[in-house]
Design a protein around this ligand. Structure first.
Ligand code: LMR
Length: 393
């Protein structure tokens, strides 16, 4: 029965890592998968996480199942990180958080939950959005629709076009928003724009669904939560998918969470039970190691501060690299938009052919859309990278 299935091409993002590994050019540059790298090109275990790991190693007494909700402390800490401990929605008992296997798990659980609430519901995603949003949400049966977001000519959000499109989203549809550090374009809404989106959601009755995968990589852990916290004040219901892959460096530990805010505490309790049923039907319970580490870090004031410092260090390094790349390319073309953007990603604005030439002739790897992972740049490869880009332009 499986003979009819054909081999598929490699994943457009993850496939780049395998191709890069096989490349024998000593000058090769990896700007593909969104993974933070330090100046030496390593993706470090954060020191706060390493200390938490040592503590967990000593103190963990059992590997028995945890309940499908995941570690209670983790869920509470994540909720405080996203919504703020004193947010009125939290105090009213209208928010629940359930650990998931990574941010992908959160997106998929949310999609299945939406299917239960409203089969075949429409969810509006930005153009462009993270490529994996499409299978994660679409395979659950949701209808994906698009709203304009990034303007390649101005390298900024086309906010008028976005709002004109969102104005037509009917009550009961969902709108997926990137909480900060938009993947793939690095261009975020400012506070005034978040206000307008929140007012429109409230007026027209669509439900915001926020993907929060890079909290702390934009301006700060607190400032990056502005949009989600504002929406949680203005609208009756929302969903947040969060990830600890980047800001805790826990990529392979698959640590994320789905948070639901309901219009009242009873509704929030009901929906939590549905989320747990969805999780039970897919993977039963999430892997606990990463979540326990996050719980330890956020629950210990010294480790919490050390983690904030490490997130700031990653964020500042990326900001410095944005400046460095724009100046290295200044004599080639105007790339001054790169330092204005936030998070790991920016589009270089190259054609697929130019991206292909960079890969084949210069061993410079990036997604076909010319999305680059800024964190893959370092002082050793910067000049070669700028020179290679200049040669294909
Ligand atoms: C990315 O966008 O590169 C990361 O989120 C990794 C992934 O799974 O695609």
């Amino acid at each position: 029965m499986f003979e009819q299935l054909q081999a598929l091409p490699a994943d457009p993002i993850l496939g780049l890592s395998a191709a890069y590994q096989q490349d024998t050019n000593p000058l090769k540059v990896d700007l593909g998968v969104g993974v933070y790298k330090d100046e030496q090109g390593n993706t470090p275990v954060l020191s706060a996480i390493r200390k938490a790991q040592q503590r967990l190693h000593t103190e963990e007494t059992s590997k028995a199942y945890l309940p499908p909700v995941g570690p209670a402390g983790f869920n509470e800490q994540m909720q405080n990180l996203i919504f703020g401990a004193d947010h009125t929605a939290q105090q009213d008992g209208r928010v629940h958080t359930v650990q998931t296997p990574g941010g992908c798990g959160a997106l998929r659980v949310a999609a299945e939950l939406i299917q239960l609430a409203k089969p075949g519901a429409s969810i509006w995603v930005s153009t462009p959005t993270w490529a994996n949003h499409v299978p994660l949400l679409g395979s659950a049966g949701l209808q994906l629709k698009e709203y304009p977001y990034y303007d390649a000519d101005t390298q900024a959000v086309n906010f008028d076009a976005m709002m004109a499109s969102l104005e037509k989203v009917p009550a009961g549809d969902l709108v997926l928003l990137h909480g900060c550090c938009h993947n793939p374009c690095g261009t975020d809404l400012d506070q005034g724009q978040w206000q307008q989106v929140a007012e429109l959601a409230n007026k027209n009755g669509f439900t915001p669904f926020i993907d929060m995968a890079y909290q702390g990589f934009g301006d700060s852990v607190e400032e990056d939560a502005y949009g989600v916290r504002l929406l949680a004040e203005k609208v009756p219901e929302l969903l947040v998918a969060s990830s600890c892959s980047k800001n805790f460096g826990l990529y392979r530990e698959r640590t994320g969470a789905i948070s639901f805010m309901g219009s009242n505490a009873t509704n929030a309790d009901n929906v939590k039970s549905q989320i747990l049923k969805v999780a039970r039907g897919i993977y039963s319970m999430p892997p606990s190691h990463g979540a326990q580490l996050v719980d330890i870090v956020l629950g210990d004031s010294a480790l919490h501060q050390q983690w904030l410092n490490e997130v700031a260090e990653m964020r500042e390094r990326i900001k410095d690299l944005r400046e460095a790349l724009a100046s290295a390319l200044a004599s080639t073309a105007d790339f001054s938009f790169i330092p204005r953007q936030r998070g790991m990603f920016s589009f270089l604005g190259l054609s697929p052919l130019q991206v292909q030439r960079l890969r084949e002739e210069f061993s410079v790897y990036m997604v076909d859309s010319s999305r680059i992972n800024i964190a893959g740049i370092n002082q050793k490869n910067l000049a070669y990278l700028a020179d290679s880009i200049a040669k294909v332009l």
